[in-house]
Design a protein. Structure first.
Length: 207
């Protein structure tokens, strides 16, 4: 929005890397670019989903932004037994994911899925996708993960934690691995950042 005709900006489409483009038209209501040359190859994140229960609007926005910055490939809001917010504006959250990718120089934008009940999601959970289940009931225990490559997901609970029924359901899921995020119980937005950091440094592209 601050560039004029003849200046160069970097653009990306989420699939083919970063490209220099020349501004050939710059108006208040519209503009036009001419793509010049590729300047960065496409870099996709690991096959990692983030599952989280929506909370207050600003903190939900924060979770989506940080997930995009930290390398989640898909962001899945889930409704749990203790979820305080049952509605989301998916289009607004997707826009936050795009902005986060732009700000951190990424070339990939994670998809933000529609909100889904946790139980329904687990009913058709992929057999090949492991699930890192962050259980606040394990606060103080060690955080260990099997060093298995392949598709993964990280699940963060709502304010108030998971219900006993949900804990039992997750414990019975062969692909689920319960972990602690340290000696203190974290807020949901803090837990999302901590969990993504743990996974990325253990199994992801930070390792």
């Amino acid at each position: 929005m601050r560039k004029g005709t003849g200046e160069v900006v970097e653009v990306f489409d989420g699939r083919s890397g970063g490209w220099d483009a020349e501004v050939v038209e710059a108006g208040k209501m519209k503009g036009a670019l001419r793509v010049l040359a590729q300047v960065r190859p496409q870099r996709d994140p690991p096959d990692l989903w983030l599952l989280f229960a929506p909370i207050k609007r600003a903190r939900t926005d924060f979770i989506v932004e940080k997930a995009a910055e930290m390398g989640a490939a898909r962001i899945c809001p889930v409704q749990t037994d203790f979820t305080n917010s049952e509605r989301i504006r998916r289009d607004r959250l997707q826009a936050h994911a795009v902005e986060a990718a732009e700000q951190c120089g990424g070339t990939f934008v994670p998809e933000v899925a529609e909100i889904e009940k946790l139980g329904a999601l687990l009913d058709h959970w992929p057999e090949d996708r492991r699930l890192m289940f962050c259980d606040e009931g394990l606060a103080g225990a060690g955080a260990t993960l099997p060093r298995d490559a392949g598709p993964w997901a990280v699940l963060i609970g709502p304010e108030g934690g998971f219900s006993e029924a949900e804990r039992s359901r997750l414990a019975a899921l062969p692909q689920a691995h319960a972990v602690s995020l340290g000696p203190r119980i974290l807020r949901a937005d803090t837990a999302a950042v901590a969990a993504l950091t743990l996974w990325q440094t253990t199994l992801g592209d930070w390792a």
